[in-house]
Design a protein around this ligand. Structure first.
Ligand SMILES: Nc1ncnc2c1ncn2[C@@H]1O[C@H](COP(=O)(O)OP(=O)(O)O)[C@@H](O)[C@H]1O
Ligand SMILES: [Mg+2]
Length: 238
């Protein structure tokens, strides 16, 4: 059964659409990469799915497990965020905010969730450090731990390796793949690294002058001339 269905969805700002007429579905355990040029509306679409903006038109359906949008979100990084003056533990714990409702403090269960996420992302040794003193790769790991506090079902990641060097980016991709494969967490990732998208994703949504949604294999069949010799997931089936 689909976890998320977007039907004729148009997303944008103040009544003006940036992306139009999107139709796609995400099933539990999928790894969807959203690709496209800068400014094509990937972040706008993601924020609309998260309920941070109303859709311009069309509908978004979510299954019961995702009701109240229990989705872990790693936002696209800005310079202001990179300079955030809080400890790693505080930042990870803030991922539990959606679970608190009107309660003004974190419960013991939530604190334990944060500790579990910190361990899972292998950042226990950084827990007391100030977030802004960390390297880019360490910061992204902290934000992934934070996103994990919000969900066991779906992670939505906006350019999670942007600005990282290739080795650190590969570690981040490996960590994300593990969460998808071993924990069965659905991943929706925005990326402008099409090669990495094709290496890891089960499905591709391309947004731009034309739209594409389908399996990784069908994307590669359709656009095979653009990726000669590339062996991604399903790419060798075509
Ligand atoms: N808060 C906003 N209000 C109005 N327009 C915006 C806002 N945020 C982004 N945009 C515009 O929407 C378009 C798509 O932006 P964005 O979704 O960030 O693209 P992408 O993530 O694909 O690079 C851009 O033209 C951008 O200038
Ligand atoms: Mg963006």
């Amino acid at each position: 059964m689909a976890q998320l269905i977007c039907c004729n969805l148009s997303a944008g700002y103040e009544g003006k659409a940036v992306v139009r007429n999107l139709n796609f579905q995400v099933h539990a355990g999928d790894y969807l990469c959203i690709v496209g040029e800068n400014g094509s509306g990937k972040t706008t679409l993601m924020k609309t799915i998260l309920g941070l903006h109303p859709p311009i038109s069309g509908k978004i359906f979510m299954d019961n497990g995702l009701k109240n949008r229990k989705i872990g979100y790693l936002p696209q990084q800005t310079d202001v965020q990179k300079d955030f003056p809080a400890s790693v533990r505080e930042i990870v714990l803030s991922g539990c905010q959606g679970r608190c409702g009107n309660r003004p403090f974190y419960s013991r269960t939530e604190k334990q969730m944060a500790e579990d996420a910190i361990r899972k992302m292998e950042i226990s040794h950084l827990a007391k450090r100030c977030y802004r003193s960390l390297s880019g790769g360490q910061q992204q790991r902290v934000l992934l731990a934070r996103a994990l506090c919000a969900t066991q079902k779906m992670l939505v990641l906006d350019e999670p390796v942007s600005g990282l060097d290739p080795k650190v980016a590969a570690q981040m991709y490996a960590q994300i793949e593990k969460l998808n494969r071993e924990d069965g967490i659905t991943v929706i990732m925005i990326s402008h690294d099409i090669e990495a998208a094709l290496r890891y994703a089960t499905h591709i949504l391309y947004i731009g002058d034309r739209l594409f949604f389908g399996s990784n294999a069908s994307y590669q069949r359709q656009f095979s001339q653009a990726f000669p010799g590339l062996k991604g997931k399903g790419g060798d089936q075509s």
